[in-house]
Ligand binder design. Structure first.
Ligand SMILES: Cc1cc2nc3c(=O)[nH]c(=O)nc-3n(C[C@H](O)[C@H](O)[C@H](O)COP(=O)(O)OP(=O)(O)OC[C@H]3O[C@@H](n4cnc5c(N)ncnc54)[C@H](O)[C@@H]3O)c2cc1C
Length: 403
């Protein structure tokens, strides 16, 4: 499966940062992490940092999957409104999910600062109503977040026009959000782990996973065998191949990045992410060197060749939308790309075991628009499961919600 098309900017900017060896001899470990994207990197780091003997395996060069295509807006606000989650489940579940995401934005920041040089910055996030019909939904969402002490401000039509130059009925301004170079963060994290003794192998495909009551046995494309106490499947949108039950829908999202824009022209966009209430939504942010990074135009295409052909056309549509929304900005696409992502029915991820594989095989499916913040939560959650400790999100983020 080809997870990305066109020229994902992070891969162009950073190139192949580090090469790891292929695995060519059998080994034993505590935890075998399958997949070295941002999810596998965060989970492996959490486990290795707490004394587990971890091995990480990737069939490609590390971070060369959808991590390289991510626009990496880090938000606690997820694609499903808290008010909708509360209706679907209950207030406590909605609150739990949103509070965990809020903490995760902070946690990614702490990690990014420790790793260093990953273009991390905290920002605000402006979520505007795409049309009049969404005004009421945003009003309810704002009231819910205020009631539960989330860091939000309401902006009406005239405040939005005066302060942001945006024409929209209303918006929720959140003061907690961030941005990062996800490819660089994951790559540097993996390199740091390797330097501390974690074994990392790329260009090593895991072909089979079987488990018993005591261990998990994995084999690779070259017939090498790995015996572990647990396996973590962090293989991103390709993880569905390990499950007979369909747990999510693969889709494509499109993105472009401009050349650096003059600081004065960028204005508030230098420190604020922007997204909207329509689904699929337009999302955008700037980078440390002042580029505008724009994404959206999601569709159901799951066939890479068809998606590849659309990259330039989708970038042109996105550019027209940005020009209408922010007419003062001149930002032509310098690089455009597309990537696979997956959506779950409720916008929440899946972390934990699935009945098909037993308790020693743990899935890390950080699906949805907030994949990176979800992965940060998943790191702590899966460590708790491996260490047999309770975690408040074990049930909500489990496959049990599909029953
Ligand atoms: C265009 C786009 C924009 C996005 N924007 C955002 C955003 O703004 N904010 C946000 O939080 N999220 C965003 N996401 C989602 C986010 O990028 C994903 O959550 C994240 O990239 C998933 O990382 P991952 O490590 O799970 O998957 P991947 O990066 O795909 O890593 C999985 C790895 O597993 C490996 N693998 C697969 N099968 C095997 C096997 N059998 N053996 C060995 N290795 C295997 C693959 O080679 C791959 O390297 C976006 C995604 C896209 C595509």
């Amino acid at each position: 499966m080809d997870l990305k098309s066109g020229y994902p900017y992070w891969a162009v900017k950073n190139g192949l940062m580090y090469a790891f060896p292929r695995l060519d001899a059998d080994l034993n470990c505590d935890v075998a992490v399958v997949g070295a994207g941002i999810t596998g990197a965060l989970i492996a780091d959490e486990l290795a940092g707490h004394g587990h003997d971890v091995v990480v395996l990737d069939q490609r060069d590390v971070c060369w999957g959808s991590t390289a295509a991510s626009t990496a807006l880090l938000q606690y606000e997820i694609d499903t409104h808290a008010t909708d989650l509360a209706k679907r489940y209950d207030q406590a579940s909605a609150l739990l999910a949103y509070q965990a995401c809020l903490a995760a934005v902070h946690d990614v920041g702490t990690l990014a600062q420790a790793v260093g040089d990953v273009d991390f910055a905290t920002c605000k996030s402006l979520y505007y109503a795409s049309n009049r019909a969404d005004h009421a939904r945003l009003t309810d969402e704002f009231a819910w977040r205020r009631q539960h002490s989330f860091p939000v401000r309401w902006l009406g039509r005239s405040a939005l026009k005066d302060q942001y130059g945006l024409t929209s009925p209303a918006a929720i301004l959140s003061s907690v959000a961030a941005r990062v170079d996800p490819y660089r963060l994951a790559s540097r994290l993996l390199r740091r782990m390797q330097q501390k003794g974690t074994r990392i192998f790329d260009r090593t495909e895991v072909k089979s996973i079987t488990s018993t009551a005591r261990s998990v046995h994995l084999t690779t494309d070259s017939g090498v065998s790995i015996r572990a106490k647990h396996a973590v499947i962090a293989s991103g949108y390709e993880a569905q191949c390990w499950l007979r039950q369909r747990v999510a829908q693969n889709r494509s999202s499109y993105a472009y990045i401009s050349d650096p824009v003059d600081r004065a022209e960028l204005g508030w966009l230098a420190g604020t992410l922007l997204w909207e209430s329509s689904r699929p939504y337009l999302y955008l942010r700037s980078t440390g060197d002042g580029r505008l990074l724009v994404g959206g135009e999601d569709d159901d295409r799951d066939i890479p060749a068809r998606r590849d052909r659309l990259v330039d056309r989708k970038a042109a549509i996105l550019q027209r939308k940005v020009a209408r929304l922010l007419p003062h900005i001149q930002a032509q696409p310098a690089f455009a790309w597309a990537g696979t992502f997956a959506e779950t029915a409720d916008g929440l991820p899946f972390f934990g075991p699935h009945a098909q594989h037993g308790p020693r095989v743990l899935f890390a499916l950080a699906y949805g628009g907030n994949g990176i913040t979800y992965s940060m939560i998943g790191a702590g959650l899966l460590r708790a499961q491996i260490e047999r400790r309770p975690h408040p999100l074990t049930d909500l983020f489990s496959f049990a919600r599909l029953e």
